[in-house]
Design a protein around this ligand. Structure first.
Ligand code: F6P
Length: 327
């Protein structure tokens, strides 16, 4: 807990953008104003803090944004903030406005920066998990994940149509950095035969055997969903299959940044609004260095160092579901 009462707070979005970040910004600004705080929007994440790109917000500054993807505050991955000199510059820009509390909406890299900054300059920092990757512990969902998965599902359903028409095997690569959640969720939801994720070792022999077996049973559509962080990329898998099963007409589709855009789903707007509201309450209660998450539909606070270090685990039953349902 932090003894000083916050009066002026800053909010920023940092790292990869995620649909729902705008809803979180809106919640922070409006909750802050409700409590009589001055609220400042910091543009382009930590870069804007260093470059003094900081603007006071009012309720109207966040009107008509809850349904928009991207982030009105823009975002960046700042290299300068890794250096003490950069962080000192950033602090001076906050201090001259009297900003004495921060809400950081971003992923694990952004939280690491926040932790350091908070220790060095005694500014309470509250994290809100905003990343499509869902690779943060202490929360069931991160802002943007649900939208990204739904985008992937919509795209894979379309791929299934053309795969079916041509009797082709499609290998679809989805994002997630070094986490496999987007692949796992979108793969199960689209009935993919195989889902390859970094959390489980990919066994090429098993994969080839399962395809051969399915071919014998004249399975009509074959979809493999691969997480970008898997040890084998989609193209590498396709090469193996073309060599081992030359009769299989194989295509690769890499979904890419389409998964980061678009209007946020209801779930993302909802969790963003709840997290944004609670982040300001946290600052007012004198909390510091915690992330606001939602676990079992209840707000849950996790120290930032635990949120960044511990990755969520994918339990065995998920893998069992994939295997049984793809039979
Ligand atoms: O962290 C979000 C994410 O979209 C990852 O899934 C992906 O690996 C990465 O960002 C892509 O980053 P960039 O937009 O810098 O290429």
């Amino acid at each position: 807990m932090c003894a000083k009462q916050v009066t002026k707070i800053g909010v920023l979005t940092s790292g990869g953008d995620a649909p729902g970040m705008n809803a979180a910004v809106r919640a922070v600004v409006r909750t802050g104003i409700y409590h009589g705080l001055e609220v400042f929007g910091i543009y382009r994440g930590y870069s804007g803090m260093i470059d003094d790109d900081i603007v006071q917000m009012n309720s109207r500054s966040v009107a008509n944004i809850i349904q928009r993807g991207g982030t009105i505050l823009k975002t960046a991955r700042s290299k300068e903030f890794f250096e003490l000199e950069g962080r000192e510059k950033a602090y001076k820009n906050l201090a001259k406005r009297g900003i004495n509390g921060l809400v950081i909406i971003g992923g694990d890299g952004s939280f690491r920066g926040a932790q350091k900054f908070s220790h060095e300059f005694d500014i309470p920092c509250i994290g809100i998990p905003g990343t499509i990757d869902k690779d943060i512990a202490g929360t069931d969902f991160t802002i943007g994940f649900d939208t990204a998965v739904n985008t992937a599902v919509e795209a894979i359903d379309k791929i299934r149509d053309t795969a079916d028409a041509h009797d082709r095997l499609f290998i679809v690569e989805v994002m997630g950095r070094d986490a496999g959640y987007i692949a796992l969720h979108s793969g199960i939801a689209t009935g993919a035969e195989n889902i390859l994720i970094p959390e489980a070792k990919t066994n090429i022999e098993e994969l080839v055997n399962s395809l051969t077996e399915k071919e014998k049973r004249q399975k009509l559509v074959n979809l493999i969903v691969v997480a970008e962080g898997d040890e084998f990329g989609a193209n590498e898998i396709a090469d193996v299959i073309r060599k081992r099963l030359p009769q299989t007409d194989t295509r690769v589709c890499i979904l890419g940044h389409i998964q980061r855009g678009g209007s946020p789903t209801c779930l993302d707007r909802l969790i963003a609004s709840r997290m944004g509201y609670h982040s300001v309450e946290c600052l007012l209660e004198g909390r510091n260095n915690v992330m606001v998450g939602i676990l079992n539909n209840k707000v849950h606070y996790t120290p930032l160092d635990k949120a960044v270090k511990a990755k969520q685990k994918i339990t065995d039953d998920w893998f069992k579901i994939v295997k049984i349902l793809a039979s």
